[in-house]
Design a binder for this molecule. Structure first.
Ligand code: PMP
Length: 338
């Protein structure tokens, strides 16, 4: 039977580009947010997952009945679970134990095999990425159909998929009328892929980095040296190294975006735009506002709305947690009424 309707993975990508009215009107720029939370798995990382899986299938690294293994802050794991479940692969996920409860519960609901490991620095042999690499190697030996280590940080199939999809979609949706693109970096696949697609079409498009506290990337692109400062409650973004995905990305405008800008922006997006988004989207939109102020009125700037606030319920709407981090819950958010 033929059908005109695509299946789950056919609906990854081609997300809407939404005008963010309040920040656009306030800056005199068009600030547009690409609604990545509308992907089937609820985040930008569905794209990286699909790109990595399709590339591995083409190269014969992932065979029918094989297992996908990855270390992730959560969203890539959810993306891989969506793609794996839809295409018939089991998924094994290794995740640091300091991530939000909602992401853990979501992963379990997809039926993945989940290993929670202590959050330790990258140089530690028990860092979640290294544990996932070891598990993948063991399973590749022992499982009859083998296993793939997705390796989202250094597997450039991640960046390539963003170049072919996210970047091209943004160019087409703005009809090439785009002056700047800015977002935060976890693996860097998104920023690097979109930057490549846009720069290939117009070398003048400004590329910005919105970097949260605790990440070393702002200092690297502003001053040439990796150095982390501060901390952030945002998840999935920030890095202490230049990944293979991020390498050679032209960054014109690096911005350090503290939680004191990003988290109030999350509440503004919920309240003023009706867009329920997570902390990284707050970092991105606050970064886009900084870029808009630097470029001046009349410019079009695109950023990403990566996932939903509902993925961080226990943190973003938890007064005690926020107070402990020096942040406040806005007055209109009276949770006693929920
Ligand atoms: N926002 C969220 C919520 C994420 O989970 C991630 C990925 N970890 C990013 C942004 C960053 O995307 P990328 O890995 O492509 O840099």
């Amino acid at each position: 039977m033929t059908t005109m309707h695509g299946s789950t993975i056919d609906h990854i990508g081609n997300t809407p580009l939404i005008r963010l009215n309040h920040v656009s009107d306030a800056t005199g720029c068009e600030i547009l947010g690409k609604a990545e939370f509308m992907n089937p798995g609820g985040s930008i990382k569905d794209r990286a997952a699909l790109g990595i899986v399709r590339d591995a299938e083409r190269r014969g690294r992932l065979r029918p009945g094989g297992i996908i293994v990855e270390g992730t802050a959560g969203n890539t794991g959810i993306g891989l679970a969506v793609v794996g479940n839809a295409l018939g692969y089991d998924t094994v996920i290794v995740m640091p134990d300091n991530q939000s409860r909602d992401k853990i519960d979501t992963l379990k609901s997809y039926g993945v095999t989940l290993h929670l490991v202590p959050a330790v620095p990258l140089r530690d042999p028990n860092h979640f990425t290294k544990v996932s690499e070891r598990i993948a190697a063991e399973l590749d030996e022992s499982h009859e159909h083998g296993a793939l280590w997705a390796n989202q940080f250094n597997n450039t199939a991640n960046r390539a998929f963003h170049e072919q999809t996210t970047g091209v979609e943004i160019w087409d949706q703005t009809r090439g009328e785009i002056d700047g693109f800015i977002c935060s970096v976890g693996t860097g696949g998104t920023l690097a892929g979109v930057a490549r697609a846009l720069r290939a079409r117009n070398a003048k498009v400004q590329i910005g980095l919105a970097d949260p506290g605790g990440s070393a990337l702002y200092h690297f692109f502003a001053h040439g040296e990796l150095r982390a400062e501060g901390s952030s409650i945002s998840e999935g973004i920030g890095n202490s190294r230049i990944t293979d995905n991020l390498a050679d990305t032209p960054i014109d405008r690096p911005y350090r975006v503290p939680d004191s800008d990003a988290i109030p922006m999350v509440y503004d997006l919920i309240r003023r735009e009706g867009l329920s988004v997570g902390g990284s989207s707050g970092v991105n939109v606050a970064g886009a506002v900084r870029m808009a102020k630097d470029l001046g009125p009349g410019h079009t700037i695109v950023t990403l709305l990566c996932d939903s606030a509902m993925r961080y319920r226990a943190r973003l709407f938890n007064r005690a947690f926020l107070v402990d981090k020096g942040l406040t819950l806005p007055d209109w958010l009276n949770l006693d009424q929920c």
